[in-house]
Design a protein around this ligand. Sequence first.
Ligand SMILES: Cc1cc2nc3c(=O)[nH]c(=O)nc-3n(C[C@H](O)[C@H](O)[C@H](O)COP(=O)(O)OP(=O)(O)OC[C@H]3O[C@@H](n4cnc5c(N)ncnc54)[C@H](O)[C@@H]3O)c2cc1C
Length: 374
Amino acid sequence: MRGTLIIGAGAAGLFASRYLPNALLLEHNPKPAQKIKISGGGRCNVTNKEISPSHYHCGDSDFVAKVLQNYDNTKLLHFLAKAGCHPVVRKKGQYFCPRSSSELINILLSHRPKIELGCEVMGAKRIEKGFMVYTSKGEFLAKSLLIASGGLSYKKIGASGIGYEIAKSFGHTITPLRPALVGLTVQKEQFWFKQLAGISMRARVEVAGKVFEDDILFTHKGISGPAILNASLYWERGAIILSFLPRLPKLSPHKIISTQLPLPKRFVKAFLKSIGIEDKKVGELSLEEKKRLGLLCRYPFAPAGTFGYERAEVTKGGVRLQEIAEDMQSAVMPGLFFAGEVLDVTGELGGYNFQWAFSSAYAAAKGIKQFLVE
Ligand SMILES: Cc1cc2nc3c(=O)[nH]c(=O)nc-3n(C[C@H](O)[C@H](O)[C@H](O)COP(=O)(O)OP(=O)(O)OC[C@H]3O[C@@H](n4cnc5c(N)ncnc54)[C@H](O)[C@@H]3O)c2cc1C
């Protein structure tokens, strides 16, 4: 019987297969690594200068810290350099492939992993000496099973909930799943955002004790941009706070408000209208209106929801970490392993999700090797 079956030939599955030469990957797409291909605007933001659990939404920070430490960004960059790829830092410590994400894909395929393409996994069950996996191409058997099937976002390039379903069928708990690193839709009170579609500006976003200072982008659906995508990871419900300006500048009483603020004029006009202030000379503002203008520095609003899985970079939530050992083996089903996004670990924008995929895949591969010799 084969040693290992890996469900999913994405980042985590392919990386784990490097260390498991006899493993067979089951992938329903006609090509492997489709998400890597489109990631980071086609250049794949592979990791970050600063990797720590504080950049992850997860069910157990200590667990995540250990997995990340055992295969950190230095080890990943060293591995890539040895393979001839030297990622470059573009912004905020984010490492991208120098030319295109194909560079990373070629490296992940360089050991010529065995992949059954066009093979849709539909379920799995325990058999006496291991696992039987049901697929569109028949049944496959192995002593160990690695679930690396990712999350629910971007169905059009292969995402499915199969990992969660198989985990549940073996007795695992799945923490609530939500689209994350995604734009936010707005309620009636903020419909004025939509009129500003296309405007991008710097802002500070505060959510659930986290602060992100980066660009925001108004869209015809609501609000997006890097600061909002990061905020979406921590937003559950209730208000988030936008600061369009750190503080109000000194304003001349003789000049019109919108001519004095260091913000896009179209934005200022829509903002003033939304808070019921006419765009007039500052000297004509009542005391109460002046106070209301302070909302520019602290504007709380409750999003209506998110743009959904089709626009989300990742899925937050997943297989509960308390049911997984540090070798990524299931605590409820020996021989069953997990890696990547299917677990309840979701990183912020900036290469954190690929780093997690590779670190957890490395731990899982080590765990599987050990399991197979025991
Ligand atoms: C547009 C976009 C851009 C992104 N950019 C970045 C970035 O720059 N940096 C970063 O760190 N993260 C980025 N991410 C997130 C990152 O791509 C994922 O977190 C990462 O790919 C997760 O790796 P994984 O191996 O767990 O899952 P995946 O890479 O998604 O791999 C899972 C594989 O399983 C296969 N599969 C699923 N269901 C089945 C089934 N039923 N049968 C057979 N096969 C199945 C899928 O087709 C897929 O190939 C981006 C995501 C998106 C959508």
